[in-house]
Design a protein around this ligand. Structure first.
Ligand code: F6R
Length: 608
């Protein structure tokens, strides 16, 4: 979704803003712009389309100046064109601002401003904010911004540059992230950490309705009433390299390859290197609380929802804890019944997904315990949940979730082991056995990655396939849902995932000569059932690829088989997911798709 950067300092800011916008481009956008104080006025340049259009325009007509703001816009109110692109200004040209989020009461505010004689040029909710601040401005920017902020409903992160204070940026937010930091040459603001990484790893997250005033020599913070406050500095562990493509053609491929390390880093945080046991303080519930749990409600979206489905299998199988998994956009408008001792778990890579946040707030409003699994320190979900289990995937830049999904499933597995022991379903030594095996999984993953050419060759042969089905049972079905989502978003192929036993209740009517069926068959007790389902589609003309846990005897039921080093059934998802991600990736490449920024998609879905 939209991205914000801002800088004030000693250096020329145009290239700083463009670089920052480039590092936020992964979030998805359809226009971009900057506003820079050029010594006489606030000069604004905006372009529709990708960043290079803005870069071209600024190449032709550079803006010199040391204070400015920039934005990548993912259209919500009004089509993606130059007029609707940010930054927006007020009628008198007193200020320019950029905005992430959605102003829910913008119509009411706009009508009022129209009655007061303000003329609007764009269709956006953002211009309403710019015009309103312009109207409220009487020479004191801080007062005008705070007064305007208190009239706004909805979500916003705003960075504002005033003509009368051209070396200062005013920043406020509510429900939309904003992070600020000091570098050697000045002060920076952005909507996401990667934009700040080249300058500093010491950052501060603004909380709802707080204000940061940035100047080249320092940053001051205020509460919603304008009182000065102290803010904590967080050290970000990601480095700049982690947010670069390196030798890989796409971020997605790089991130798929980072999974063995992401798994290791995640294990390191939950398993003590000294004792080799699960860390007492890393998990949310004591033994007594674990035994009181009646049910866990997992709420999330997209790939994070699929991770939740995998987690359900882990938790129910290992810890005998009943789990319900819900899509957040549905859950938030459902009756959402819940009972005592039923915590809600929110899974989110970004920690900023609007529907997941809404579900979290529903839980909080009724005092239901909330636990997050999240990849971004300082994100809204990580801050607001009672407890957060972090994933240690590092920055995920490609829109398609890969390493974040994997690490979410690993955290759920570790939680399941922790609860299994506390609830008396696994002995300590059985848990240790599992942990020992898990620690070797990264090497197994590397072995799977080393065979990527095989996946690429297969993808090239099948890139023009129009119909594709993923089938599996139990854990494998949960995995199939994720595999199908990857293929849809990366390769734009209409596909779906089916519980293999459910095929004959309707879907099998779609299978015909040449249909491609990917059968995920990693769960030993279900192999004979899978074999029958594969035969059912084979006799109807399907071409079958089977993904198996070790050599499993499935080869006679399929046209091609990819096996991975044998692991206990519960760990199969960590390995099986890799060929499935690679398959989507290579088919997408063969079809010439935009891999890291698929059409219509954004990295974090901060609007409903
Ligand atoms: C798919 C994908 C999305 C996200 C979903 C939730 O590859 O990335 O489906 O998983 O938008 O996002 P987070 O995890 O940030 O809440």
């Amino acid at each position: 979704m939209c991205g914000i950067v801002g800088y004030t300092g000693k250096q020329n800011c145009m290239s700083i803003l463009l670089r920052g916008l480039g590092s936020l481009a992964y979030r998805g956008y359809d226009s971009a712009g900057v506003a820079i104080w050029n010594g006489t006025t606030i000069a604004v340049t905006k372009e529709r389309g990708k960043l290079f259009a803005l870069e071209d325009a600024l190449d032709k007509k550079p803006i010199e100046g040391t204070t400015g703001i920039g934005h990548t816009r993912w259209a919500t109110h009004g089509e993606p064109n130059v007029v609707n692109a940010h930054p927006h200004t007020d009628a008198k040209g007193q200020l320019a601002l950029v905005h992430n989020g959605i102003i829910e009461n913008y119509r009411t505010l706009k009508e009022q401003l129209l009655r007061e004689g303000v003329t609007f040029v764009s269709e956006t909710d953002t211009e309403v904010v710019a015009q309103m601040i312009g109207k409220l401005y009487d020479g004191d920017p801080k007062k005008a911004v705070l007064r305007a902020m208190n009239k706004l409903e909805g979500t916003f992160a705003l960075a504002i540059l005033f003509r009368d204070e051209p070396d200062t940026l005013y920043c406020v937010c509510n429900g939309s992230p904003m992070v600020v930091g000091r570098g050697r040459s000045g002060s920076f603001v952005a909507s996401d950490i990667p934009a700040l990484l080249p300058y500093t790893r010491k950052v501060t997250f603004l909380e709802n309705r707080q204000m940061a005033i940035l100047q080249k020599n320092g940053i001051r913070y205020y509460d919603r009433d304008g009182n000065p406050i102290e803010k904590e500095i967080t050290e970000v562990e990601w480095d700049v390299e982690a947010a670069r493509k390196g030798n890989f053609e796409h971020f997605m491929l790089k991130e798929i390859h980072e999974q063995p390390d992401a798994l290791l880093h995640t294990i390191e945080q939950y398993v003590s290197s000294r004792t080799g046991c699960l860390r007492e303080d890393a998990f949310p519930w004591t033994k007594e609380e674990a035994n009181q749990l009646k049910r866990l409600r997992i709420v999330s979206c997209g790939s994070a929802y699929h991770a939740g489905l995998v987690g359900k299998k882990f938790l129910e199988h290992l810890a005998k804890l009943p789990v319900e998994v819900e899509v957040a956009s549905e859950y938030r408008y459902s009756d959402a019944l819940y009972s005592e001792n039923e915590p809600m778990m929110l899974i989110s890579q970004s920690g900023e997904t609007a529907d997941t946040i809404a579900a979290m707030r529903m839980a909080k409003s009724r005092n239901q315990e909330t636990v997050a699994i999240c990849n971004v320190i300082g994100s809204t979900i990580a801050r607001e949940c009672d407890r957060t289990l972090f994933t240690y995937a590092g920055p995920e830049i490609a829109v398609a979730a890969t390493k974040s999904y994997l690490t979410q499933t690993v955290v759920l597995f570790l939680l399941a082991l922790d609860l299994a022991e506390k609830r008396g379903w696994l002995t300590h030594s059985k848990v240790q056995e599992q942990l020992e095996r898990l620690k070797r999984v990264p090497d197994d993953m590397r072995a799977v990655l080393a065979r990527k050419e095989q996946v690429q060759a297969y993808a090239n042969r099948h890139a023009l396939t129009k119909k594709m089905f993923f089938i599996g049972r139990g854990l494998d079905h949960a995995l199939c849902l994720e595999a199908a989502l990857k293929l849809k978003e990366i390769a734009y192929i209409h596909t779906d995932a089916y519980a293999a036993g459910e095929l004959k209740h309707g879907t099998i009517a779609l299978v015909e000569d040449g249909s491609l069926v990917i059968s995920v068959a990693t769960q030993k007790p279900l192999l004979s059932k899978m074999a029958s389902n594969m035969e059912e589609v084979r006799v109807r003309g399907a071409d079958i690829l089977a993904i198996t846990n070790g050599s499993s005897g499935m080869e006679e039921h399929c046209d091609e088989q990819w096996d991975f080093p044998e692991v206990p059934d519960m760990m199969a998802p960590f390995l099986a997911v890799i060929p499935l991600q690679l398959l989507a990736y290579y088919i997408g490449v063969a079809r010439g798709c935009s891999i890291d920024q698929p059409r219509n998609l954004a990295k974090s879905v901060t609007v409903e």
